[in-house]
Ligand binder design. Structure first.
Ligand SMILES: [Zn+2]
Length: 326
């Protein structure tokens, strides 16, 4: 700036200011809920006793949710029936389909029954939730070929029929295989933050049973997530999947604008029957506004203006969003 004259500087600043201040109503759909950089899902396979004893209390202590891939037809599930069928779903944890027995079957009809029966158990354990709804799917591993006759296409049809959403591959995400320590798992979280991605770690035993990691390594990951609370949305699989699908098909239209209010509509190509996760929006408001009310149908929120914009949640395909100066 050595050659800029004193009179030119105010002009340059004014120009920079005009560039920075977007038109009121300009709206960005946040990459993840609450404008976090990444979504992260803690996944637990095989409905193991150590999940009940070691995992759930540590998650609850930190206010984290998680996704549990259950096998309701196994003895270790039966040994903790009250936890899987009442306490864990009632506490807001997500139950996911890992088949009834984890044993596969001789025919496609057997596999279809394994999948449907696990779904029925999930339905029975979540009486307050709509059914059918999207449920996460984790294919059981370690099954001999003759006990899993289903081709990729046949499985895809079964998943579609049962509204099952396939999770990310186990490869590169398995605790005790891909990651042995808390710091290794935290590095996996930081990669997701750098990419703006949804990622997960898939656990089996924690401080017990098979493919086990020590509880201290697991809690090191949880504490790493607590330390990254402003960057990472720790959630369960279906909300993360819904958010991404709705976001990728979202569009915002400004339908009204005056000195006191902005009116917008949020649309998405995702079918609202299955995709009903609120999206986080960031909308520029007119200069001078310091706080707003945000209404969409029955939803009501208040927000303070930060950097000329308000952040709030809205449902795609819902009623008009009204942002009013407070
Ligand atoms: Zn399994």
């Amino acid at each position: 700036m050595g050659n800029v004259t004193a009179t030119a500087i105010p002009l340059i600043l004014a120009f920079a200011g005009a560039l920075a201040a977007a038109e009121p109503g300009t709206t960005r759909v946040a990459r993840w809920k609450d404008d976090k950089a990444a979504a992260f899902v803690l996944m637990f396979d095989d409905s193991l006793p150590s999940h009940v004893k070691n995992v759930v209390p540590e998650l609850a202590k930190r206010g984290f949710t998680a996704t549990f891939y259950i096998n309701p037809g196994t003895g270790h599930y039966a040994g903790q029936r009250q936890a899987w069928e009442k306490d864990i779903p009632a506490a807001g944890f997500e139950l996911a389909n890992h088949t009834l027995t984890h044993g596969g079957g001789a025919t496609n009809a057997d596999i279809a029954r394994e999948i449907a029966a696990c779904g029925e158990a999930i339905h029975a354990s979540t009486p307050g939730q709509p059914w059918p709804r999207l449920v996460s799917w984790g294919q059981p591993g370690g099954i001999k070929k003759e006990k899993w006759p289903t081709t990729k296409d046949e499985l895809a049809a079964m998943l579609a029929e049962n509204h099952l959403v396939n999770r990310p591959d186990f490869g590169g995400r398995g605790a005790a295989i891909a990651f042995k320590t808390g710091p290794e798992m935290i590095a996996h979280v930081d990669k997701a933050v750098a990419k703006g991605a949804m990622e997960c770690v898939i656990f089996h035993g924690v401080g017990g049973e098979w493919l086990s990691v020590p509880t201290a390594e697991f809690t090191a990951l949880l504490d790493g997530l607590v330390a990254r609370a402003d960057q990472v949305w720790v959630t369960s699989h279906i909300p993360a999947h819904q958010y991404a699908t709705e976001r990728d098909g979202a569009s915002v239209t400004v339908t009204g604008k005056d000195a006191k209010r902005l009116t917008l509509t949020l649309a998405s190509s995702a079918d609202p029957k299955w995709y009903d996760q609120p999206l986080t929006l960031v909308t520029t408001v007119p200069a001078g506004w310091t706080a707003c009310t945000i209404d969409q149908g029955k939803r009501h929120a208040e927000a303070t203006v930060k950097d000329g914009a308000v952040r709030y949640e809205a449902l795609p395909g819902g009623e008009a969003i009204v942002i009013a100066r407070k």
